[in-house]
Structures are given as C-alpha cells and as structure tokens.
Design a protein around this ligand. Structure first.
Ligand SMILES: Nc1nc2c(c(=O)[nH]1)N[C@H]1C(S)=C(S)[C@@H](COP(=O)(O)O)O[C@H]1N2
Ligand SMILES: [Mo]
Length: 384
C-alpha cells in the first residue's frame, strides 16, 4: 500500500480548524480590500471608462493604492500560516462513494486554483513593489485576471466551509471539540500563541511597506525603497537617463505642440513660463505603492487647451519625448482635462523641475495613478 501520509499522520494541535478559521477570516478581509482597491486601480488606468473616474478627492488614489499594497503584503504571512495549518487536509483519503468523491475532487480543485492564484498574486505584487520584473508578461492584465480567479475560488471555498468556519469561530480557539484525527499533540506554542504571532507578523509586514505612503512611518519601513530618495524630495521611478530623454529634454530646440485636427500651436518653455501660472499641492501616487506630495507650479492645462479651442469634455492625448516604453504616452479623460487643478507643471517645490521629474514640462492631475502623470511632455493632442 501507499507510503503517503494520511491526515491522521499530522499530530500537532496547531493543525486545527480553530486557527485556520481565525487566520482565514482576517486573510479574507485583506483579500477583499486588496481586490476592491485593485479593481479601482485597474479602472483608473483603463482607457475606456463608461463612468469617468473621479478627479476628487485628489488623494483618493493615493489612499486606495496604498491600502492595496499594505493589505497585499500583510496577506503574505497570513497565507503562509493558513496553508501550514490546513495542509494535512491534502492527504485526506477521498470518500469511496462516487458522488461524494466527485464533490471532494471539485473542492480540491477550487482550493488548488485559490492557492495557486493567491501565491501568484502575492509574489508578482511583491516583485512589482520592489520594481523587479523578472517576467515577460504584462503585469496589469495578468494580475487583474488572476485576481478574479482568486476571488471566485475564495467565494466557493468560503461557501463550502461556511458551517465549519461558523462553528470554529463560535468556540474558544483552544477548544478540542473540533479537533480532527490525531491532531491532539500539544506543542510549545499554543493555538492562541500561533494566532497572535500571525497578527504580529501581518502587522510587521504591513508596517514594512506602509512607509512608502505614510511619511512618519518611513524610518521603520524596511521595504520602502522609495521614500524620500530622488531630487526635490520626491522619489523617481523612471529616470531621464533610463528613459533616454536627457538630450531632447535639455535641448534649446524643445517645443510643446498643442494639436487639434489640423491646428497646431507651438510653445517654448519660456513661452509657457510667460503664461498665467498656478501653484498647488498634489501627490504622485505610484501603482507600486509609494506616494509623495509635491508643490507644483505651471500652466493650467485648460488654458493651454483653449489655445486650440478644445471642446469641453473631450479627451486629450499626451506624448513625451521618450521614444519607447509603455508609459511614454497617456490619455487624459475629458473630466481630468476639464479640472482646474490639472496642470502642465514647470516647477516643483519652487524650483525648475528636475530632469528626472519631467523637465521641461510634465502633467500633474488630481487623483490620477502615478503611471499616467506623464513626464517630459512634448505634444498634447485634443481627440475631438
Ligand atoms: N514619459 C514618462 N512619464 C512617466 C513615467 C515614464 O516611465 N515615462 N513613469 C510614470 C510613473 S510609473 C510614475 S510613478 C511617475 C513618477 O513621477 P516622478 O518620477 O516625478 O516621481 O511618473 C510617471 N511618468
Ligand atoms: Mo509608478
């Protein structure tokens, strides 16, 4: 007969539904927040928006994307503890009766998709916040598709286990009533201790990244590689050097082109500086989880668009000096172009924009994902 262990071979009391249900509940809450904020981020970056993504509050995306990364990171230790407490179930013998065996197989399949997609999401997300892209696929659509698989199989999993979850949460965590098989051997750590250690690990993991977004947490955030580095007190994701725009951006031949149909208005940086300027504080909120606020001065975008008589509400296309790369262009939805706060920034914190922050001119709009705050802008085209 087979030498595989059975679920009876695992004797530690820590392999218990009581622990799994508690850690699982908090994990499900983290997944729920992570999923919702992920949908928001995906929608904010979507080129077609039946309902326009709002421009207010200006810090909205900063909060939702910060939460996305914090809850995702906190899920890592929770998922590991959860998997460890329940993995003996993998070795459970399937029921003999055909119908039951089929159901059992289906349940295992749902758990397989849940575990695989959850591990993929957390691993690719973590790689992303450390800006490590070891894969060839495009991050956003893949992460998005897997999120639906994870959340779908999570719903199935919770539905299947609902009775056990209820019972486990209704009794004391140390209560032996729910113990299965031989999982009765006490260990150095109590179940209560394991549950508390899980909260602590999740809390530490959250703190380790929260400094990317919450300024006073910077000092304790070991996973916050961005906080505060970069010129003018603002982090940089893509430098001018990496984008290969240095020469074009500093050239005296630089011009901004405003285009609508066959009309074109061309402005030098000095001509831009001679227009009415506005100054305001707005954050850059990177999808990778860091965010920081800056004081931007420049020309209200609408003022520029009026030069080519843009009809209110029409979308706008921005092109940078960068010749390749996914973020060299962006589309600005009509409601963002209409907003008074949306600015073609020329100064940051009172000085000319650093080359790395988009000199000679960059877009800054309220409540917009950082990835769409196009730097080194050289052409603005009205799409109507
Ligand atoms: N042309 C261009 N603009 C760009 C990018 C880019 O790669 N190319 N990166 C974007 C990303 S991902 C972010 S988070 C912000 C960061 O702005 P900062 O470097 O000034 O902080 O710029 C955005 N603008
Ligand atoms: Mo970013």
């Amino acid at each position: 007969m087979s030498r595989l262990p059975s679920d009876e071979s695992f004797t530690s009391r820590l392999h218990s539904a009581a622990v799994a249900a508690r850690v699982g509940l908090v994990l499900a809450v983290c997944f729920g927040i992570c999923f919702t904020t992920g949908l928001i981020s995906h929608y904010a970056q979507s080129p077609s928006q039946p309902v326009p993504f709002p421009t207010s509050p200006s810090w909205g995306y900063r909060v939702t994307q910060g939460l996305h990364v914090v809850t995702g990171t906190a899920s890592v230790p929770l998922l590991l503890v959860k998997l460890w407490t329940v993995y003996p179930q993998l070795f459970r013998r399937p029921p003999r009766e055909l119908r039951k065996a089929a159901l059992d197989g289906l349940e295992r399949l749902s758990i397989l998709t849940l575990v695989a997609s959850a591990l993929f999401l957390l691993a690719s997300g973590l790689a992303n916040i450390t800006e490590w892209y070891p894969w060839d696929f495009s991050f956003r659509p893949t992460h998005y598709a897997l999120a639906w698989i994870a959340i779908g199989s999570l719903v199935v999993h919770v539905a299947v286990k609902l009775a056990v979850i209820r019972e486990a949460l209704g009794t004391d965590v140390e209560d032996p009533a729910l113990d299965s098989g031989n999982a009765t051997r006490p260990s150095a750590l109590s179940r209560r201790g394991l549950v508390r250690a899980s909260w602590l690990a999740a809390g530490l993991a959250a703190l380790a990244v929260a400094g990317n977004t919450v300024p006073f947490l910077r000092k304790v955030s070991v996973l916050a590689p961005h906080s505060g580095d970069g010129p003018q007190d603002l982090p940089v994701t893509k430098s001018a050097y990496a984008a290969r725009v240095g020469a074009a951006a500093t050239s005296a031949a630089y011009r901004l082109e405003l285009v609508r149909g066959d009309r074109t208005v061309t402005l030098s940086r000095d001509e831009l500086l001679a227009l009415d300027q506005q100054t305001q504080e707005l954050p850059i909120a990177c999808v990778e989880g860091w965010s920081a606020s800056g004081t931007w001065t420049g020309v209200r975008l609408r003022t520029l668009l009026d030069l080519v008589d843009r009809p209110a509400g029409s979308d706008v296309h921005l092109t940078s000096l960068q010749e390749s790369g996914a973020f060299r262009r962006s589309t600005l939805p009509g409601n963002f172009a209409d907003d008074d706060r949306t600015t073609l920034a020329l100064l940051l914190n009172g000085e000319a924009l650093a080359l790395d922050h988009g000199y000679p001119a960059r877009l800054i709009a309220p409540n917009r994902p950082g990835v769409l705050q196009t730097k080194w802008v050289t052409r603005i085209e009205v799409l109507a």
